[in-house]
Design a binder for this molecule. Structure first.
Ligand code: HEM
Ligand code: HEM
Length: 173
């Protein structure tokens, strides 16, 4: 079994992280619906799950970036599209980093603690209004931006497969 990326295929580790992150991100982007159902106030299960899955995604992102660095240059986009692909992936990674950080600012600004699967990482404290407002606004804008970037990502993957015919979809599947 190939754990590392190779010239023509992403390895097992990259593929597992990719599809796990994809599934969790979609789940998180629909948070409003399920948080409401579970109860989205401080200490209630909806927000606790939201925070826990969000922090898990941050950990997966850091792991993915480290793994990507270890596998540097194994799978490269075609020459003509290299810059576009780099910028697109940079935007994707940047937004995925900004979302949990602004989420944490919102939670702290609201005076709520931060929880990871029942384990209190930051205890509740005083409310800080400017932090809550700035965090909430940015968190929401970034989540909406992530929808757009992911749509572009999937369209690019389909274009690779059907227009460029370079098998990109197979490399990650
Ligand atoms: C990739 C990770 C994350 C995604 C995709 C995400 C996405 C979202 C979405 C779509 C909403 C609803 C936005 C709205 O109010 O319309 C939301 C709300 C919220 N998120 Fe996240 N989130 C993530 C991580 C986190 C983390 C790690 C925290 C805290 C540690 C957090 C804290 C919050 C809070 C406090 C709200 C409620 C804001 C409000 O009062 O309206 N989020 N998030
Ligand atoms: C349709 C087939 C898809 C293909 C062929 C594909 C391909 C890729 C490739 C090649 C990368 C690595 C970019 C790099 O070198 O840094 C990547 C990253 C990423 N993709 Fe996809 N993708 C697909 C669908 C999706 C979907 C549906 C989602 C989420 C809804 C998604 C989310 C992500 C995320 C979060 C990353 C960054 C984390 C990582 O590099 O694994 N992808 N994708």
């Amino acid at each position: 079994m190939n754990w590392m990326d190779s010239d023509n295929r992403y390895g097992m580790v990259s593929r597992i992280i990719h599809w796990l992150m994809a599934a969790l991100l979609i789940l998180m982007l629909f948070s409003e619906a399920w948080m409401e159902a579970l109860g989205d106030h401080a200490g209630e299960p909806g927000m606790a799950w939201h925070q826990s899955i969000g922090i898990t995604l941050l950990v997966l992102l850091v792991g993915r970036l480290a793994w990507r660095a270890l596998n540097r240059g194994k799978v490269t986009p075609p020459e003509r599209w290299r810059t576009a692909a780099r910028l697109g992936h940079l935007a994707l990674y940047g937004v995925m980093l900004a979302i949990p950080l602004t989420g944490a600012l919102t939670a702290l600004g609201e005076g709520h603690g931060i929880e990871l699967f029942g384990w209190g990482i930051v205890a509740p404290g005083p409310e800080i209004e400017w932090m809550e407002e700035a965090g909430e606004e940015t968190h929401e804008v970034m989540a909406n931006l992530l929808w757009v970037i992911l749509a572009g990502h999937v369209l690019a993957a389909l274009a690779h497969q059907h227009l460029l015919g370079d098998n990109t979809l197979r490399k990650m599947a």
